[in-house]
Design a protein around this ligand. Structure first.
Ligand code: ZN
Length: 283
């Protein structure tokens, strides 16, 4: 395990950020999961306040065996060059600069634990990460969003957060925060964030660019608040169910897309086809 900070990360806050990563990794170790043993993992604190994939994300996981790995490497070429033997890392956990600047330890623990859980999922279920990306791309293509902008944002988030991989990671992040920071502190923090974002939303103009961010943030905290950590969630089973349910439909869709010429395919179709071919090449 290795923690890398981009040059622009606040030097004062580095040790605090590093200690949050360590707390999560140590807690897993105490539960019998040795993340340091499970392939090489790089925790990458970037200076960008926005993630390359979804602007609202504070972090995400990239496996070496994924399509996104190449684009990540390209995007962070300058930083990647500074990391000795970057190619040795099987997984990269990207943590946005926005998270690095956060004052609250709870928020950092939630994000680090969430991404670590995606890693554990991938280690436990073969190609879960690639299959999950394929499923998300398939749903993205098939979902007919309502026209209203705000409904679109809400629907997109609700659908992502209820995917087995995300539900599992959200639940896990809250469980970890309870364990590391205490139940009462975590609940208090969540209530505070919800109130804060509700207040901010009131003063955000309907046509402002920041509106979707505010909605996303508020629903993020509300979603985390609503999760019951005691409820059992069998990721392997739930993921298997959704995969089996849509596997055939995806194949049918791929056949349809493959029948079209390159110019006839829209962006979402190209995305799906690319993810599908990539998965096939790996399994
Ligand atoms: Zn996630």
């Amino acid at each position: 395990m290795y923690v890398h900070f981009c040059d622009f990360c606040d030097p004062q806050k580095k040790s605090l950020n590093e200690s949050c990563v360590k707390k999560v990794v140590d807690t897993y170790y105490g539960e019998g999961i040795d993340l340091e043993q499970k392939g090489e993992v790089l925790f990458f604190f970037a200076f960008n306040s926005r993630s390359i994939r979804y602007p609202e994300e504070l972090g995400f996981l990239i496996a070496k065996e994924s399509l996104e790995y190449g684009s990540f490497q390209k995007e962070y070429d300058h930083e990647v060059k500074k990391i000795k033997d970057f190619s040795l890392f099987e997984y990269v956990i990207y943590l946005s600069g926005k998270l690095g600047e956060e004052e609250s330890e709870i928020s950092k623990i939630l994000t680090v634990a969430h991404e670590c859980k995606h890693l554990i999922q991938d280690l436990g279920v073969e190609n879960s990460l690639l299959k999950d990306l394929l499923l998300k791309k398939y749903f993205k293509l098939k979902c007919q969003y309502p026209n209203k902008h705000y409904r679109t944002i809400l629907n997109r988030n609700m659908f992502y957060r209820n995917m087995p991989s995300e539900y599992d990671a959200f639940r896990e992040s809250k469980r970890m925060a309870f364990k590391i920071c205490g139940k009462e502190n975590t609940e208090k923090f969540l209530d505070h964030e919800i109130n804060e974002h509700k207040n901010r939303l009131i003063y955000t103009r309907c046509d402002s660019a920041g509106l979707s961010d505010e909605i996303v943030k508020l629903t993020y905290w509300e979603h985390t608040k609503a999760i019951n950590v005691k409820e059992l969630f069998d990721f392997k089973k739930e993921f298997g169910n959704i995969w089996n349910k849509y596997n055939q439909a995806i194949k049918t869709e791929i056949k349809k897309i493959s029948g079209k010429s390159g110019e006839q395919r829209n962006e979402k179709e190209k995305d799906l086809l690319e993810a599908y071919n990539f998965l096939c090449s790996k399994s």
